[in-house]
Design a binder for this molecule. Structure first.
Ligand SMILES: *Cc1c(COP(=O)(O)O)cnc(C)c1O
Length: 205
């Protein structure tokens, strides 16, 4: 379980750590960096995941500070992250974000372009490609919610059949967590259901 701590204070993250959570997801690079710095005393006991969009001018600080990036959706970003990952750190763990619901405005690689991107990213020396991530369009009812998660799992299975050693399906949020788990999620990204509802308009990325 990835605890999504966007909009939450570093003290709230500290309390969540004391309650047993170890992996935290942030959407905004600067907000994440601030919390990573404020919680430096816990650094070796925490995993920090960037789950929000990543602009190419921010790749260096992300490569230096985070453990995972879930939102890689183009080769150029991946190449920069690999080149900028400090040699004394383990490889940066990455997921490719897939535009699974085909929404125009959404980030994510279109499924048709996924195999080529996955092969290229898997070859980068300082990244370890772990799997796929998606943020499906909101849907009502278990069956409708399962469909996009199933599609993401099938994409992962196809990449594995092509020889890529992938083990991560980052899918499922507070509202569609059961559907995602039924379709094989290995990492659910949960904010509201852990910390309560967020103030303001930051509920959807
Ligand atoms: C905010 C966010 C989540 C968590 O959403 P909740 O509905 O609060 O569980 C998960 N993934 C991403 C990419 C997010 O931006």
């Amino acid at each position: 379980m990835l605890a999504v701590s966007k909009t939450r204070t570093s003290d709230e993250v500290r309390a969540a750590h004391a309650a047993g959570l170890r992996a935290f997801g942030e959407n905004y690079v600067q907000e994440g960096l601030d919390k990573i710095a404020a919680l430096a005393d816990l650094r070796t006991d925490l995993e920090w995941h960037l789950i929000g969009p990543l602009q190419s001018n921010k790749t260096r600080v992300v490569a230096e500070a985070f453990d995972w990036v879930h939102s890689v959706d183009r080769l150029r970003t991946a190449e920069r992250l690999s080149a900028q990952r400090p040699p004394d750190l383990p490889p940066l763990q990455v997921c490719l974000q897939v535009n699974i619901s085909g929404e125009d405005s959404k980030s994510g690689v279109p499924p048709a372009e996924l195999p080529a991107l996955a092969r290229a990213v898997a070859a980068l020396p300082r990244l370890r490609l772990r799997g796929l991530m998606a943020i499906p369009a909101p849907a009502e009812g278990l069956e409708a919610q399962r469909r996009p998660h199933r599609a993401l799992r099938e994409l992962l299975e196809r990449l594995r059949a092509d020889g890529l050693a992938l083990d991560t399906l980052s899918m499922g949020m507070s509202d569609d967590l059961e559907a995602a788990v039924l379709e094989g999620a290995t990492l659910v990204r949960i904010g509201t259901a852990i910390f309560g509802s967020r103030p303001s308009a930051a509920t959807r990325p």
